[in-house]
Design a protein around this ligand. Sequence first.
Ligand code: SF4
Length: 487
Amino acid sequence: MCGVIGICGEQEVVNELIAGLSALQHRGQDAAGIITCSKRFNIKKGNGLVHNVFKSKNVARLQGKLGIGHVRYPTVGGGDLVDAQPFFLNSPLGIAMAHNGNVTNFWELKEELFKKNFRHINSNCDAEAILNVFADELSKQDLAKFGPETVFKTVKGVYRRVKGSYATLALIPDRGLVAFRDPHGIKPLVFGKKGNNYMFASESVALDILGYEFIRDLKPGEAVYIEEREQFFKEGRRVYERQLVKEQHRPCIFEWVYFARPDSVMDGISVYESRIRLGYELAPEVKKQKLKPDVVVPVPDTARPAATALARRLDVPLSEGLIKNRYIGRTFIMPGQAARERSVRQKLNPIRSEIRDKKVLLVDDSIVRGTTSREIINLIRGAGAKEVYFAVSAPPLKFPCVYGIDMQTRSEFIARDRQPDKIAREINADALIYQTLDGLVKAVDPKHKFCTACFTGTYPTEVPERFFKEIERERLCVKGMHLGCES
Ligand code: SF4
């Protein structure tokens, strides 16, 4: 998971890019980067949070009315600065690019680009592969007649060759800004306007905080081109929109469960309202187990709306019995079990008076490997709880995400080969309540067809077996050193 932003402005855009990236910081705390365009590309990338990467001296240097930015989520094997986005190249035109997603035929593309097109991919970042395919497709067009058709033919070529998920922004100096969403629209991308300025971003919250009016979400397989030619400025910028391929829309359902900010609206569905409904859908599952909790406690922060709704529906008091240290920014890659336990302990602290001698129903958004859940439950037991039940607002995670979410390999999911009663024993819970798949879809939007592959194993795109093997190989290199995406 990453965040992208792109702005075509009438003034310098760097401050808006930084503010927008800060609003998307929850989508990636590992690295941040911006490329703006004045007479040249101006670039700043660095590891860490947005406010640590962009200092006043960088801001002064990042001149231009056109720019794109990126925040990166930590992934196994992809943590070097050399892999940080955006990327750029200079042939056949200057092109800078950033994307959110994951290219599932990355290794095949890397080989093909080298053998057939003599293009060398220097990083382990798939944005560089998309960028090189884009450049290769662009080089097949008549650039003397550059216009919207040039852009659309180029993006269509990308759709033909690049598999997986990719919400992408491409900046071409003196031509404009191009945004395109992968053929299944797995990753989100919204589009907004403020006067003559245009913005694309991973989530609507970035538009809100910068005062842009939301226009719409990009459709799956759609490209939008904002033309940046000075001669057109007086009459307003020209915007060209075209859906280039028509595959079924399969947005990632986990955005509504965990990734997105609750104040975002994606593909017309409010994240906050979905999380509230997830809590309502959990209530009958708790009742089926005839549990009588004294208090409902959310594991902060993502699960709070679901816990609130669940408590309301069960008519049980809600309590903030766990407090999160907000200044521990990212899920660290930590060697060994002891370090992981310390990490949970540093992140969360119980309020004993809310827990002591009570039957506590904890609510979290997901269980991946189970280690974090067990640590949280032990924390609550240590604070004097009589019994601890664990409710999860998502169904059991069993399959790796191939679209850009760093989860476990196939063998590491606790739910992969265990039933809930066994998982409950392993995480030291007196009862475990999972969301059902039907409940999940009903809570988010039953009219939509989503990607639910991490629960079902049915991927909306073809995934080469080599891809799973490469993920597993990378994980083996760092085995025991990563906390995955557990909260
Ligand atoms: S596999 Fe899961 S996390 Fe990945 S895109 Fe699909 S729903 Fe989202």
